[in-house]
Design a protein around this ligand. Sequence first.
Ligand code: ADP
Ligand code: MG
Length: 238
Amino acid sequence: MAFLEIVDLEKSFGNVRVLKGINLEVEEGDFLVLVGPSGCGKSTLLNTIAGLEPISGGEIRINGRVVNDLAPAKRDIAMVFQSYALYPNMTVAGNIAFGMEMRGIPKAERDRKVAEVAKMLQIDHLLDRRPSRLSGGQRQRVAMGRALVRDPQVFLFDEPLSNLDAKLRVEMRTEIKRLHSSMGTTIVYVTHDQVEAMTLATKIAVLKDGVLQQFGTPDEVYNDPANIFVADFMGSPA
Ligand code: ADP
Ligand code: MG
């Protein structure tokens, strides 16, 4: 049994079918990257895993448990979005601790977690700053910090680096890879950037128009593409 199982997943908005019978199995510790062109359904798929969108058919299982009707907060998942809106009037520490405060975690433990995560993300010297005085990359780290303190079973990332410039994108990519190797968490990561996918993934899923085109290791998808679309999209050697 895989850690995260997606079985015949269907999602429609009104009568528009956006996800068409998706099947995926993610093992614990996998770094699954979902790639595909804009509008193919990547965010929708991530949102259904997070429970932010109800599904129209099929099943999502986490650790053997069907989570179809489970509220997002009960899924043991943390999500990092592209638009990582931070609370402008709170410090970095306040932003990272806010969710824990809402969940009633005592101050001593909150402080300990904030310190631990800030150190991991190398923002421990910025804890008293407000977001307006941070660079884009630092803000993205704070957004990741907010997700990390939850110790989730699964991390979902929706194009977390697309608002950063090229240099920072490469730097944060390395950072995310390092976090994955050191923590061994299961990650599902959305990007439309095939280079990012090849660098980060242990498994790649290629989507087109809500249909899964291929699911495999970066090597399989790149060197043995299932069809012309995958070959073109991944820039596979001819
Ligand atoms: P991607 O993240 O791959 O760019 P999305 O998952 O955001 O794609 O969108 C897939 C399709 O679903 C698009 O055609 C989009 O217009 C449609 N869609 C997404 N969210 C909604 C919504 N809340 N209501 C109606 N249509 C939506
Ligand atoms: Mg999207």
